[in-house]
Ligand binder design. Structure first.
Ligand code: TRP
Length: 334
């Protein structure tokens, strides 16, 4: 709880480009949470350097992500959208929590094993302790809920374990967070392999629709979407490609599955794919226009960056001071 409200924290890496799945499965739904929760959406640039980054590129992508959040509808006056590296409390709590986390626990993390196998030339200590920094992110804000994808569940589990361990020694310092995984939310699948989720780290560009793709690109990608061999536009388990497109079309137009099936009865895949592409392009256009406008207003975005970092630091430091006191760090002399 913060400010008499439940607290929500989520972090995202700036390294990929946000895609349709991120928008429909996450961002779009977050807009509705801003009144009920005190929300923090952090661009986790400190996590990003666990894998080698090109500096100018990291800086550009971090700013684009922060701007895109606002363009997609998150009001930055109500939602604290900020850079992790601007709030030193993340690093300070990270160190403390390192001392309450076991090597054995970190060794079990599937994401570490996966990333280590993909970066054999740079298996650094930061990659290994990545989940501890993530625990610090979440626990600093006394977060009640953490909206994440399935792949992050194990990280929320270890965060809970670390928090409980700390609380059992020092009393109730941390709120124990719950993962918030929307069950009814859209699960947007890859356009090239409809049995796996659309992912911003997918190397095949045709598999994902990026939020900043232009209309022609969007239509071309939908035209190339992998579908099954018959030609009926029908939602069914054995037609994962067409089912995915029907769902995307439904979200973009507000039409139900039955309405869509009826609309395209007797029509071919080509017509349908074109219609989906146009509908998605129309849905994304206002976000893209807003993104362009925001990019022209450097002072406005700079102001948000500054104010939100201060707001985040205020809440984070409260928790950090409490932790430092509990573990016996000497008080600062004022
Ligand atoms: N590990 C998350 C991811 O790759 C990003 C992240 C960092 C995060 N800190 C977080 C997510 C805190 C939720 C809460 O997607």
């Amino acid at each position: 709880m913060l400010n008499g409200k439940k607290s929500l924290f989520s972090g995202m890496q700036a390294t990929g480009t946000l895609q349709l799945g991120n928008y429909l499965g996450a961002l779009k739904n977050w807009v509705e949470l801003e009144d009920e929760y005190e929300t923090f959406y952090c661009v986790v640039d400190m996590h990003s350097i666990t894998v080698r980054q090109e500096p100018a590129e990291l800086r550009r992508k971090a700013r684009a992500l922060l701007t895109l959040y606002i363009a997609a509808g998150l009001n930055p006056e109500k939602n604290c959208i900020y850079y992790q590296s601007h709030v030193p409390a993340h690093a300070e709590l990270n160190w403390i929590l390192n001392c309450f986390t076991y090597m054995g626990e970190l060794n079990r993390m599937t994401q570490f094993k996966d990333k280590a196998s993909k970066n054999e030339e740079n298996i650094n200590a930061g990659l290994f302790t990545y989940p501890v920094l993530m625990a610090a992110d979440i626990l600093l804000f006394q977060s009640d809920i953490v909206p994440v994808g399935d792949d992050q569940k194990q990280h929320i589990e270890i965060t809970r374990d670390i928090a409980q361990r700390f609380n059992s020694i020092y009393g109730d310092v941390f709120t124990i967070p719950e993962p918030y995984i929307k069950k009814t939310g859209a699960r947007i699948m890859s356009l090239q392999d409809p049995t796996s989720k659309m992912s911003k780290s997918d190397e095949n560009e045709n598999a994902s629709i990026y939020l900043l793709d232009d209309t022609d690109t969007i239509i071309r990608k939908f035209k190339r979407a992998v579908t099954d061999s018959d030609s009926e536009i029908r939602h069914s388990k054995d037609k994962p490609g067409i089912s995915n497109l029907i769902e995307i079309y439904g979200i973009a137009t507000g039409k139900s599955i039955a309405e869509t099936e009826k609309e395209f009865e007797g029509k071919g895949y080509g017509d349908f794919k074109l219609a989906v592409g146009e509908a998605v392009a129309t849905m994304l256009k206002p976000i893209q226009d807003r993104f362009d406008d925001l990019n022209k207003d450097k002072a406005y975005i700079d102001g948000i960056i500054k104010n939100n970092a201060e707001k985040a630091a205020y809440f984070a430091n409260k928790t950090l001071r409490k932790v430092q006191k509990k573990i016996g760090f000497p008080e600062k002399i004022k």
